[in-house]
Design a protein around this ligand. Sequence first.
Ligand SMILES: [Zn+2]
Length: 474
Amino acid sequence: MTAWEPVIGLEVHAQLLTRTKAFCGCSTAYGAPPNTQVCPVCLGLPGALPVLNGEAVRMAVRTALALSCTIKPHSRFARKNYFYPDLPKGYQISQYDEPFSERGHLVIEGEGGERRIGITRVHMEEDAGKNVHGASVSVVDLNRAGVPLVEIVGEPDLRSATEAAEYLRVLRDVLVFIGVNDGNLEEGSFRCDANVSIRPAGAKELGTRVELKNINSFRFVERAIAHEINRQTALVEGGGRVVQETRGWKEGEGTSYSLRSKEEAQDYRYFPDPDLPPLVLDAMFVEEVRASLPELPRDKRDRFVREMGLTPQAAGVLTGHPRVAAFFEEAATLHGQPARVANFVQSEVLRDVTTHGLAATIPVTARQVAGLLRLVDAGTISGKQAKEVYAKIVGSDRMPEDVVAELGMQQVSDASAIEEVCRRVVEQNPKQAEQLRAGKTALLGFFVGQVMKETKGSANPQLVNDVLRRLLGI
Ligand SMILES: [Zn+2]
């Protein structure tokens, strides 16, 4: 039996969040009526000339720098020729043998620890339009034609479907954090093709690869690649041979199907676009873009662990979206105890947060949350009461202390009142009390829970603990 090693490389197309298209002034807004955001340039009318969008260049350079690529001072746009109804010019403007960046990498958590995945290059190109197929006719919407993209070509360094999905997630987070892409797979602004092959474990040579096209969700990526690995393995072990081709993925059936035999680069007859001058990026511009890069999600996560004492898990959750991370940091700074703020944000606030691309709706402010936790610190309310107060301030601009005053809430810190309840609870549960005294100390939590229930969560938990330990003699 031969053990097979999967070899996977991903090509990601990410739409740059410019207001206008790559080579004309048309809007890039999503969801407009078909063919309302077009002009002679993006319609490919004869004589219309492209002019490169400076903001698209800035965002593309930002992307390449965030992925540790080398920026080349001199690059060129090329025409990639093919015929398709959604491509009115008959060619796509892309970069071919002279891309503006190369040799980067992305660090992911692989199955055996940290892994550095190579990035061959990041280059700029324009998007095509969209064919919409009806029952009897097909129509073309060219609103998307000419929208600026970066293509991020990854090295074939990934070794499993799970790793591929993780790479894609990490990459998406980086693009969202640096503000160049909204990470929206559903609206097609972040798309992925996967090159998959297998080879005998330990072999150096690459097997024949199959390209899986446009897989549009993280779950599908993992499923589609795993399916392709299994398909190729079964094929080879059955004495067959993998043919180089492009396959599509049918999520409903969990299977792939052959689209076409794979084109080679020469099929596209690339040549430098004579309408566009070479792209020259001077060192000062590149350094200016580098200096403007924000902290990347991985660095942020490490810092939350190192400087704030968060668990890696909590740090991972809180850096899942730039707005959530900023909210948490603000609340942690205002309150002063990051780990406590992290717990509260994870257990309560995140439930009410919705994100859409770069936007996030967080229905409380960092000030409200910090204020609420300070009331707990001061012993004014208990942790349980804090949840009730939180429910009242969510979606409003009310401050927690006002809600506490209005509800007449107060934490019971009166030792004699607490002792009375504790005694009653111990008397009502003689069996558990006996087991606890006999050494089953985990039962203390049961008693604390009973007392909190009796006092409707208003008892000071530290006091309850102390009194119970005394009464139970532990
Ligand atoms: Zn246009």
